[in-house]
Design a protein around this ligand. Sequence first.
Ligand code: UD1
Length: 435
Amino acid sequence: MDRLKISGGNPLKGTVQISGAKNAALPCLAASLLATSDISLVNLPAVEDIRIMISVLKSLGCEVSTKESEDKLELTATISTGNLGKCELIAPYELVKKMRASILVLGPLLARFGMASVSLPGGCAIGSRPVNLHLSALEQMGATISIDGGYVQATVPNKELQGIDHTFEKVSVGATEHLLMTACLARGTTILRNAAMEPEIGDLARMLQKMGAEITGIDSPILTINGLSELGGCQHTVISDRIEAGTFMCALAIAGGDIVLERVEPENLRPLIEVLKLSGCKIDETNGSNKQLRISRDPDKTLTARDVVTAPYPGFPTDLQAQVMAVMTQANGTSIIKENIFENRFQHAMELERLGANLKLDGRLAYVSGPTPLSGCTVMATDLRASAALVIAGLVAKGEVFVDRIYHLDRGYAGIERKLQSLGANVHRVKGGRV
Ligand code: UD1
């Protein structure tokens, strides 16, 4: 199993291109199941989660051709659903267990073919992550759902899903995406209230519009969808990955230096920009056609501790909580970090402590006191963003840090070690290292 070896101490310098957003690409791939003609998706990050979703589409009967960019960081995929429905519509456990977002294929299949069988995703390292909000809304639309042999077995007795006026009891990114795409092929109008507003949902909605869908209220908490009997193909370029961009910003904040991020949407990074500016980083935004963000910090100046509370968009993203915690280990004072979205998302804290961080956990609160010198040892990645936090911490540790189990990192970051190397960091992949 691969591991990363990091020798800290180098300030970062240079320019890095941000990849397409994994969390936008995944629902866009699922939405291609709704189209009767070809869908072409551009700017997909070449990461494991995307490959798994493509395998799910293939297992259902789609023809998918992919092309990798020269630098192997980006994929273009063309999806044809011509053969869909000719064999059984089953998304198998072997694929779904590897990638929870596979559940998003259920609604589109139901909307088009009136039946589907999708494995229940099962447990997850960062919390229980149920799919009850997805399933109960599909039931309201007229689906009959049962759990049998670990699979969600769903049919639409009347062959056609019905539009609903639905208020989500909790804000959920996945449930909003799932119902948004499903409603595009339901009979009548669907109103989704208390919808999540993450930029990735706006991106999905814009792709659906290109396919012919009638959607209003994009980027607001109330989405209105006028269902149609058919959707066509389109070409769509997915938005840039705000979490990858945020991860590089945190890397700079901890290591110091001066870097430019290219192909970013600073508007989508507002809460992190505020925290890092108040902590002592300098951030300039250029909002021209080539969207850039420049971030710098004098390595000799100490950061100041800031509190962080995660919340649905436009709040501080839970997917940047681990990375900002790593940054706060180097800040002067005590930072209180509150994780409001997932109940078990502090597993990186124990690993940061192994590097020397001064942390106290109390339920959903983490108290991070600093600055504390970090020193090299072996740490274990437990989930995607936790892995990123450990890599970032390694950039300031004395001695060598080994991050084990980086398959988590490969699920969501395209060439992270190559990109960090290009900024001057001493980060290397050790092939087949120990677990
Ligand atoms: C998505 C992102 C993930 C991010 C998360 C929150 C993708 C592929 N993943 O995950 O990276 O961390 O949003 O921004 O885009 N919940 C329920 N019942 C449900 C669904 C969710 O109780 O049916 C709860 C979850 O357990 C969690 C909260 O709602 O506590 C938010 O989860 P949700 O927004 O659905 O996250 P995902 O869509 O799974």
